[in-house]
Design a protein around this ligand. Structure first.
Ligand code: SAM
Length: 368
């Protein structure tokens, strides 16, 4: 196995011992009476205290921890700027650890997250390109490389014109890991085609302005005895092919004006863009840029979080963000009917949750 070496790296046993020592501090949660919980505190201790109740139970964990930027992140009640802080802003959180301490801080938390995940669970680890490669090696070490699912490139912002002697940086990354290979929930969420894609794939339009394209009435492979090898309007399917549907169904399509006939009398089936189910999501995400006027510094895109939740958990699944900041992930979770667990150690995170997230008013808040 390939491992990363750095000063202060603990043996895995040491982390396990630490977890066992801290396991005495339990948090009792009555799940019946609320839609989720937010716990204010350090996520290492909090997650350990959740183990009794949630070990192997959480289907999805999304985290967007500090990126080891050596910066403070400011919050203003009125307008949290993505670019500059003003003198009345308060520090929401500070991101100033040595690189080695940072890696170990992340590693300890990944060990506990893995314990909390269910066998069909998935971790999405949101990070930038500067430290991401080191995190990937730690994830391989703790989860096992067999559980690597995806390395997503996410376009996070519009192009920037920094003075640095470097290309502009408009992307960050998400590493996706399953707890058990191929057992992870993956609902094959589809996304609608863009207008450009519709124009390209459905170039024709009918008298009502509906975009469509046509496909042959036949498909590869011969049918021996079935209907799809029989005559339709005096024609047999071409050699080596069969009709896409039975002659009766083709007749019905034709009666409903869903077959287009060429000048040479070749029939083709019409396919309309508004009946297209959507396309599979690939590993470059261009449509999930972060809000320009976030309610909390580094607030992430709501639609992206909602899609991740639909993709990798089911209704009523327990899902967690243990660096939850503005509670964006919790908010998307509640809208998708999941039981949400949020943890953050920033006081500002509670203020934003209680003051700015109406759909989270029923979650139980625990301030340790
Ligand atoms: C990048 S922000 C998360 C932003 C969030 N994804 C959103 O959309 O608003 C990282 C968060 O991690 C929190 N954090 C950092 N260290 C923590 C720790 N040890 N325990 C709990 N929260 C922590 C910070 O307070 C901050 O809110």
């Amino acid at each position: 196995m390939i491992k990363l070496y750095y000063d202060n790296k603990k043996a895995l046993d040491e982390i396990e011992n630490l977890i066992q020592q801290k396991r005495g501090n339990k948090i009792f949660i009555n799940k019946e009476n609320n839609t989720g919980i937010f716990i204010h505190g350090d996520n290492f201790d909090v997650m350990i205290s959740l183990l009794d109740e949630f070990e192997n139970k959480i289907d999805l964990v999304y985290i967007d921890p500090p990126f080891n930027t050596n910066s403070d992140f400011y919050y203003s009640e009125y307008n949290t700027s993505t670019v500059s802080a003003s003198k009345n802003d308060i520090v929401a959180y500070s991101d100033k650890m040595s690189f080695e301490d940072y890696l170990e801080f992340i590693r300890e938390r990944i060990v506990v997250i893995r314990k909390l995940l269910s066998d069909k669970g998935t971790l999405y680890f949101h990070i930038d390109c500067k430290v991401g490669h080191y995190i990937k090696i730690i994830l391989d070490e703790i989860f096992g490389i067999d559980n690597f699912v995806n390395d997503i490139t996410r376009v996070k912002s519009n192009p920037k014109n920094f003075k640095r002697k470097a290309y502009g940086n408009e992307k960050d990354v998400l590493y996706v890991y399953s707890k058990v290979p191929q057992k992870n929930i993956f609902n094959n969420v589809l996304v609608p085609l863009t207008i450009e894609e519709i124009k390209k794939s459905f170039p024709k339009s009918d008298k009502n302005g509906r975009h469509y394209t046509t496909v042959p009435c036949h498909a590869p492979g011969e049918t021996k005895n079935g209907d799809t090898g029989k005559e339709w309007k005096g024609m047999l399917p071409p050699k080596g092919r069969h009709w896409r549907c039975s002659p009766n169904e083709l007749e019905e399509l034709d009666n409903n004006n869903l077959i287009e006939w060429s000048k040479n009398g070749i029939p083709r089936i019409k396919k309309f863009s508004d009946e297209h189910k959507g396309k599979k999501i690939q590993d470059i995400w261009k449509n999930y840029k972060d809000p320009q006027y976030p309610i909390y510094p580094t607030e992430k895109n709501y639609e992206m979080l909602s899609m991740i939740i639909q993709q990798s958990s089911n209704e009523k699944s327990i899902i967690m963000d243990c660096f939850c900041g503005s509670s964006s992930f919790l908010s998307a979770g509640i809208d998708n009917n999941r039981y949400v667990i949020g943890i953050d150690k920033s006081k500002v995170a509670i203020d934003v949750l209680t003051g700015k997230r109406d759909n989270l008013k029923d979650i139980c808040i625990i301030d340790l």
